[in-house]
Design a protein around this ligand. Sequence first.
Ligand code: EPZ
Length: 421
Amino acid sequence: MYRFRIQGPTPLEGEVKISGSKNASLAIIPAVILLDSPVLLRNVPDIEDVRTILSIMESLGATVVREARNDIRIDPTTINSHEVPYFLASRMRASIYTLGPLLVRFGKGVVYMPGGCSFGPRPIDFHIEGLKKMGVEITIEHGNIVASVKRFRSAHINLPFKSVGATIHLMTTAVRLKGIRTVISNAALEPEVVDTARFLNGAGARIYNAGYDEIIVEGVDRLELDEYEVIPDRIEAGSFAVAAAMAGRILLNGVVREHMVSTLDRLEEAGAVLQWVDERRLMVSRPEGRIRPLMIKTAPFPGFPTDMQAQFMAMLTVADGVSVIKEGIYPSRFHHAYELQRMGADIRVDHGEALVRGVDKLTGAIVNATDLRASISLVLAGIIAEGETIVENIEHIDRGYEEVENKFNSLGARIVREMSG
Ligand code: EPZ
């Protein structure tokens, strides 16, 4: 078990390179199961969740070679198993993405039910209902999702909610079904959905309207692509943009403007100063005075991302007034609020809504990370807090942020990683 020991307050100043997108990588890597030849994936972040999904690919028989820190060559032609073992599948929800491709390849697939997270249940009913509409038979046996299909059929799937995972999973399952037409209505519009579609279309798939409400997939019978570069991580970029708004001036290198409109709009509303240096580099500076309070409600893209909620809450704890944060995606994604309160934050959480009354300053404390984005919000708070902050259980951070303490320390933070007690 590891923890961070953070001395605060420290100003942050400098440039940070944004890594490749965790959530696009976690979608694209399982889709490689459907390819007919090896592919080199570039700009893949070297983080725990990626190492887990690569271990899952190897457990299926794929050949995985790390040609450089962020360049991974995967050969799916050696895949010889249709089962994802518990000890791997249970580590990460994205393991569910392998089920559809395994069904396409083998006519069967067994994946352990993904667990819930600390911020509430993470059901997969939209995935299961969609696959059933495509002709798949599914039972749950001893915690495993056991699926088989004799013949896939064309289907029009209407998602009850703009689910990122269900959209990606069903779109990916549909691409290599020659003669089958799959329509996904109320599809998620996230950039990671679009990036997965661009990867598959680059390999010869026929996906239309990814990034819009109704995705149409005309199945093909062959998919090949030499290499593909994953998009930058808009949530990592957003996290460092918030860090700048809280503590100084950071040049973000590797930002895609259209992926971050809602995040950057709200940051400017809070008083941060944004200057685009060029198409991919954004300078974010803290306001002259105090951060201004906000009213935020998380929503599917292009709304305000739930994955930025914890980071904004850390920033708003020292705003000049009262902010309201409503969680429209995960109503119980507020564990970080209780930890921030140990640092002096004045936050009331009630039924999916947090009232954050700005205080003059935070003070360092021992706090507990509970999930990936909550962890980073506690690091941000520790950087501005007076005194020493200990963030326990930072393995959550390592799931989603590459070299996080080195990036912050290069900007002037004082973070030491150490073994917990
Ligand atoms: C993806 O999770 C992301 N994970 C999450 O990021 C992100 O918070 C979430 O999308 C929302 O943007 C990955 O991409 C690996 P959903 P996903 O399906 O696909 C409900 C991070 O920090 N739902 O869009 O699981 C669900 O409970 C992670 O990087 C069902 O009810 O999210 C939630 O309330 C955390 N049944 C809502 O839909 C289903 O079958 C949106 O979930 C599926 C989802």
